[in-house]
Design a protein around this ligand. Structure first.
Ligand code: COA
Length: 405
């Protein structure tokens, strides 16, 4: 049987971060609630010239180092922040990443589970086309209202996976346990910039879907047994949910907390604690965190994966870590990317959040914020335009840009 799985795994976060102790002070909340109650330290903030396309392209560019792009047969973007109701954001990625014309490009949506749905489709694609590769890009900006209880659980970033029939990082068995139930725990109507969330209900649904998808995975689809997992990795809207999710999994699987202690929670949350929620990318940033910051050699071991998307759908699956996986990761580069971020004030974060591209077709050129590999450089005639480093990438008929603020 062909081994299919993750051959490349890279993530990208914007170069700016807000310290949650600063946010706590500004909002009159004890900082212990954000730092210990939610387990978060800082949250990544996207400047005005970064969006899901530019962040996704930056993550993918890194994941594609050393990859023959002509072999990529599909690029899928999963996001909750689509920039167009019709055109897939993956079209922009296709162009920015210079992918071949024979590569299909589209977008998928189901809140934070969309990344896993895209991964599942990529596995099927590579299974049918073992000589080709699939690129899965997950990117989001988690945005809630100022002063709301969810504000401290925001974040921004992207993750990219290269799926191959010769994976260097992890093999994925295409067995997925699923739990679906229509509920209103978190949603964002098309006319709103910020999500609406019934926070405690969303946690209740997260746990119910964990129990339901685990039951489907373990009892109906014959998945890996709980005692065979070396680690458990889960969707992380905030770091402390990892402990709670592990405890719930052990309970529904009938394992005592002592016997399940090795499943861990901390190493999968190390990056998320500094980045915040990245919605569709969150589970895969957690996987990078587990594989790059964990002390134990996981080669040949099984990792249980739980993906949750509000609305709601839970998916449970497993991956087996490949021998020599660390050589295909980028632990040092990622540590540097997180360390080198610039700390911004609450006032700066609030000002950036207020900035919008015009909706009347005017031409706008955005200033540079940092030196990201890709950026949103403005818009003209209702079209967004992106550039890669110094090379401008614009629609073919883009008018000359006026410099406006
Ligand atoms: N020091 C330490 N811990 C403190 C504290 C303090 N001063 N004050 C509160 N806490 C703890 C609480 O005990 C609680 O921990 P617990 O759940 O282990 O008991 C935690 O901090 C959060 O406090 P809580 O009162 O529940 O916060 P909240 O109701 O204001 O909001 C969320 C918390 C998660 C509901 C909110 O941030 C939210 O809506 N987030 C977005 C939705 C989300 O992430 N959903 C998850 C599923 S996708």
């Amino acid at each position: 049987m062909t081994t299919i799985g993750i051959d490349g795994l890279r993530f990208y976060v914007p170069a700016y971060a807000l310290d949650l102790a600063d946010l706590a002070r500004a909002r009159g909340v004890p900082e212990g609630k954000f730092l210990h109650g939610l387990g978060q330290r800082t949250m990544a903030v996207a400047p005005p010239d970064q969006d899901v396309i530019s962040m996704g392209a930056s993550a993918a560019e890194q994941a594609l180092i050393g990859v023959d792009r002509d072999r990529i047969g599909m690029v899928v973007l999963s996001t909750e922040d689509g920039v167009d109701m019709s055109k897939a954001g993956a079209m922009y990625l296709h162009r920015l990443l210079e992918l071949p014309a024979s590569c299909q490009a589209y977008e998928v949506k189901q809140a934070c589970t969309a990344g896993t749905v895209a991964l599942q489709q990529a596995l099927f694609y590579v299974s049918a086309n073992p000589d080709r590769l699939a690129l899965v890009v997950m990117a989001d900006e988690a945005r809630y209202a100022f002063h709301s209880p969810a504000e401290a659980t925001q974040g921004a970033g992207a993750c990219a996976l290269v799926i191959s029939a010769r994976p260097r990082i992890a093999e994925i068995t295409p067995v997925f346990g699923v739990y679906t139930e229509e509920v209103a725990d978190f949603w964002r109507p098309v006319y709103r910039e910020e999500a609406l969330v019934d926070g405690h209900f969303s946690i209740e649904m997260y746990m119910r879907a964990l129990a339901g998808s685990w039951a489907d995975y373990a009892f109906l689809r014959g998945g890996v047994k709980i005692e065979d997992f070396a680690r458990f990795c889960c969707h992380l809207p905030f770091a402390r949910i990892a402990d709670k999710a592990r405890a719930r999994l052990l309970k529904v699987a009938g394992v005592t907390p002592d016997k399940g202690r090795h499943l861990g929670a901390d190493d999968c949350a190390s990056y998320g604690r500094e980045i915040g929620n990245t919605y569709t990318a969150s589970l895969y940033v957690a996987l990078a965190s587990l594989l790059e910051t964990g002390q134990e050699d996981l080669a040949g071991r099984e990792v249980g994966m739980y993906s949750y998307g509000s609305g709601c759908m839970g998916m449970f699956f497993a991956l087996r870590v490949m021998p020599g996986y660390t050589a295909a990761l980028a632990a040092k580069e990622n540590a540097k990317m997180l360390q080198q971020r610039q700390r911004i004030s609450v006032a700066q974060y609030e000002e950036w959040r207020g900035q919008r591209l015009p909706e009347d077709g005017r031409t706008v050129r955005l200033d540079h914020f940092g030196s990201a590999r890709f950026r949103l450089c403005g818009c003209a005639g209702h079209r967004r335009c992106y550039e890669r480093s110094k090379t401008k990438i614009t629609p073919a008929v883009l008018p000359v840009m006026n410099h406006t603020s």
